[in-house]
Design a protein around this ligand. Sequence first.
Ligand code: FES
Length: 204
Amino acid sequence: MVDERAGGKHTNSSISRRRFTLAVVIASIAAAFGSLLSFLKVLAPKQKGGGYVSTIKPRDRLVYARGSNTGNYINISSLNTGDAVLAYPEGKTSNPANLVQLIKLDEKVYKSPTHLNLTDQGLVAYSAICTHLGCTVSWVENRKTPDTSYTECFCHNSIFDPTRGAKVLGGPAPIPLAQIGVKVRDDGTLIFTSGFTGPIGPQV
Ligand code: FES
């Protein structure tokens, strides 16, 4: 049968073949485009940090983040060697990226890569967000030898050395917890003196 519409001289089977060929070509292009996107996705750097952006500024005051004293200023007189508490900057407690672990050890135990200029009177502070998948870290205190206490994330058992820049001693955490500067004021309360020294939040 001849199709003479539009002046053509094509048969129905000829038109069907063309439509089929066109559909195959479109499907091939779509598949190739999809493959290209997948390839680029693999090449693209993974988003790290999980959206954690701290808003801590120098001179922000440290307040307790947990317990019956939540929201109160932390005073160095309330901390013994070997103690650690979770802290927030005053007024910025709704941002989990601002959570830090404040630790008090003998000031002589800190070694590189700890930033000594960001410590004060044995106090050091690190991000409390694990660099593996973002759980909040805990403090494992050794009461007999306080200076051997350490930070651990119990989600997958990453261990961090607070005396050496929170370097990773074990577990899946890929990088240390970032340090942040703290200083004791004349009245014994504490302020931050810097931003974080490195990335915070999950890094995998
Ligand atoms: S989230 Fe901390 S070890 Fe996995």
